[in-house]
Structures are given as C-alpha cells and as structure tokens.
Design a protein around this ligand. Structure first.
Ligand code: GDP
Length: 440
C-alpha cells in the first residue's frame, strides 16, 4: 500500500516546483511495464524505499485574481482529510501571511499529521526570514528551496521517517474487496445504497480508524464483499466533495485497497478525460476493473448510445479493452443485480493461478506458432516461465535477451496466456528476465 502525501499551501508558494523536485529525487517506481498514466498532479514514487503517492494540489489552485481564499481553505481541508501526511508549504520570501496562519490553524486543529516547510529559502543566509514561522510554535520548520534544491534532501529524510513502513495489506480470506470510484455526481453513493439494499445482502459496518476509512461488508448469495471506503463515498454536503480534482485523490485511495474497482461513468455525459485517467491508474495499480455506465434510465436511444460508448472506449480506453462494461441505473435498479456476478467473474480471473507445467506448455506452443526473431546473430530464446504472483496474474519468462524482446512480441505472449487460461477480463502481466546466473 502506498501512503498518500499531499502538498498544500496558498497559490504561488511553489507547490508544483517542490512536487517536481520530490518526484525527480525519488525515482519513479521501476516496473517492466511502464504506466499509462502521466499526470502533473499525481505521481507514484518511492521515498527512501517507501511507496508514496504524491499529490500536488497546486494543479487545483483557483485563479488568484478571483481571491478565492475560501476555496483554498476547502482544498486544504479536503487534502487533509484524504492524505496520510500533508505538507504545508509557505513562501519564505513573502514571509508569514495571515492566510498561512489561518490554514495552519486548520491543520493543527485537524489532529492529522502534517509538516511545515518554508520555500524559497535559497541558502543559509536566507534563513533569517524564518523567524516568524518559528514563532508559530509548529515544530519542526523545514526551510527548503524547491527551485534550487537547498534543504530538500534533509526534508525528504524527515518526511520518510514519518511514513508508515511499506507493507502489503493482507487480503482478507474469502472476501472480495470492491472499490466504487468515479467523478462527483456520477451516482457512487446511489449505487452503494443499491448494492447494500439488494435482496439477501447482509451488511456489517467495520469501525474506522483515522488511517482506515470505514468499509462495509456485504453478503450476497453466500459470498462476502468488502465495499472499501463506503463512508467516504456517502459523506455528503460539503463543497470540497464537489471538487472534481479531488475525486481522483479519493479514487487513488480506493485503488490502493481494492481487488476490483467499479468505475462509474455518467452515461449522459459519456467518458470524460478524467474517467480515462482514473481507469489508467487502475491499470497501473494492476486492479480488476469494471466500467459501469450509470443513469442508463436517462438514455433515450439506447442502441445508438451503446454504439457511441463502444466507439469512445476504443478511442479513449484502448489500453483497457479487457475491462467489461455494464449499463445500469442506480436509481431504478436496472441491471444492478448483475454487478455482483460480474465482480465474481472478474475476481476469479484476477486470483487465477496456473501450475508451472501449464505455463511452460503455453509458452512452448506460443513460441512454436510464432518463432521469435533474431537479435544480432543469435535467435531470441525463451528458456522457461512461471507464474510469480496473482491479483493480477503475473508471469515471468526467462530469456537470453529479455531487453531485446519487442513490445509487440511481448504483447503476443501476453495474449497467448490470456487465451490459454481464459483471462479475458483482467489485466495480465508478463515480465521478462535474464536466466538466473548459476543456471547459465
Ligand atoms: P456521487 O457523488 O457519485 O456519490 O453521486 P450520487 O449518488 O450522490 O448521485 C448524484 C445525483 O445523481 C443524485 O441526484 C442521484 O439521485 C442521481 N442519480 C444517481 N444514479 C442515478 C441513475 O441511475 N439515474 C438517474 N436518473 N439519476 C441518478
């Protein structure tokens, strides 16, 4: 599980510059399969070995001219609520600003963990500017220069110390963890209510702690599902919840904790760029994904709409062609009864495990059907393969020149496993490795 760290502060204090520097210093997580999402506001990094999702709320800043301090306040609250750790950034060149005091007051009263950093301190001689900040009684105060790097490494060390140890959440036995994600007003809480209200579902609330949002366990036809962060979905009425940009933050949090995500799309509005973006995150995190087109009751010409959806999936989510989709109405209950069944199907594939013998038979046949090309003077050779993990199914293949395997051949092998094992509805990973040394 990666911790969510958000950088907040008034507009123009340098949040994005700090974000970029933190991303630059903390190498993005290495993976054989490069992620599909490139986002200026969110980044997956490792901070001193600990996985972190870094959020730059600077990307959400209101237009300064509008003087929307109330909005900055809302944003700070929202970040605070969602993040495991909030970095409050102030501007050392401008000095302590009354709005800083107000925001810091919010942070202090929240009881949530936060860190105070003062930016634009370009060297030790500029530290005199910090006196006002020290007087606030917030300890410690971190002078940094996001633009030049001064103080940033020490800051990172300290920040890393505050983060929880990286540990995978052990998936509960016999329980499917389901995340319901999507933009504000697509009908997430309506759908959750509908799923909880279905016949023969049994609902049990698990008490939340500050770190764990409240989840709900549902029993449906003898199986158990954990709807993660149900409390977050149902929490209503606050302006901050309507801030579209923050719904990504919430989606990222749910994606950290679920096996299968239901990504809700408003059928009337169609797939937005943000929907595609969040779907990309689901893929990067290797989660099972079901696209749920909600508010289908409002669609007049359903056949034309289906055609439109298929075209736009092809256009905007080509990389997710395996994700099943379903059109429903949380309002009337149209086809919502199919959701649990579809989750079961996706989850079964998601947890699939193949014996090594079968993996190698598939590999052999695939290689025979399409002989790999030459690299230089020798032919590309695959020695053997094995499934190294599940959720999602992940195969490692050992080859003589793993670095030379063309993307299209890797995709061909991936599809061979998909086909052979009936994995048509989930992400499948195929990683290539050199043969372990002692065997050469
Ligand atoms: P959330 O912000 O994603 O949790 O969305 P809500 O569940 O609060 O729903 C937002 C609005 O859309 C509410 O007014 C709902 O009544 C409405 N809504 C939700 N699902 C449907 C649906 O299937 N059909 C129609 N017509 N309206 C819906």
């Amino acid at each position: 599980m990666s911790a969510l760290v958000a950088i907040v502060g008034r507009p123009n204090v340098g949040k994005s510059t700090l974000f970029n520097r933190l991303v630059g210093y903390n190498k993005a997580m290495v993976d054989d399969q490069p992620g599909v999402t490139r986002d200026r506001n969110y980044a997956q990094v490792k901070v001193r070995g600990k996985p972190v999702t870094l959020v730059d709320t600077g990307g959400f800043d209101p237009d300064l001219k509008a003087g929307l301090t109330a909005l900055v306040r809302e944003q700070t609250m929202m970040a605070l609520e969602e993040a495991d750790l909030t970095v409050f950034l102030a501007d050392g060149r401008q000095g302590l600003n009354p709005h800083d005091r107000e925001l810091l007051d919010l942070l202090r009263r929240s009881g949530r963990p936060f860190l105070l950093a003062v930016n634009k301190i370009d060297g030790p001689e500029k530290e005199a500017a910090l006196a006002d900040f020290y007087a606030l009684g917030v300890e410690p105060v971190w002078p940094v220069s996001a633009a030049h790097g001064y103080g940033v490494r020490d800051f990172i060390d300290y920040l890393a110390g505050l983060l929880p140890e990286a540990e995978e959440e052990t998936p509960p036995e016999g329980l499917v963890r389901v995340g319901v994600i999507g933009r504000p007003n697509v009908g997430k809480s309506s759908l959750v209510n509908r799923l909880l209200g279905e016949e023969r579902t049994l609902v049990a609330e698990t008490p939340g702690t500050t770190r764990d949002p409240v989840d709900v366990t549902v029993e449906h036809r003898g199986r158990f599902y954990l709807l993660v962060d149900t409390a977050g979905i149902r929490r209503k009425g606050r302006v901050s919840l309507k801030l579209e940009k923050y719904s990504v933050m919430r989606a990222l949090k749910s994606l950290e904790r679920c096996d299968v995500a239901l990504l809700l799309v408003d059928s009337v509005e169609g797939i937005t760029d943000q929907d595609a973006h969040v779907a990309g995150y689901a893929l990067d995190r290797g989660r099972g994904l079901i696209l749920v087109f909600n508010k289908w009751d409002l669609i007049k010409d359903q056949r034309a709409e289906l055609k439109k959806i298929k075209a736009s999936l092809e256009l905007k989510m080509k990389f997710l062609s395996f994700a099943p989709f379903l059109s429903v109405s949380a309002l009337t209950g149209l086809r919502t009864g199919r959701i649990f069944g579809l989750i079961d199907e996706v989850f079964a594939q998601y947890s699939f495990r193949a014996p090594t013998g079968q993996v190698n038979r598939v590999l052999e046949q695939a290689v025979l059907a399409h002989i790999p090309p030459y690299v230089g003077r020798s032919r590309l050779k695959f020695y053997y393969g094995t499934q190294v993990s599940t959720r999602p199914p992940t195969f490692v293949l050992f080859a003589n020149r793993p670095d030379k395997v063309h993307f299209s051949y890797q995709r061909y092998l991936t599809n061979s496993f998909r086909e052979a094992f009936g994995l048509d509805k989930v992400p499948v990973r195929v990683l290539l490795r050199p043969r372990p040394k002692k065997e050469r």
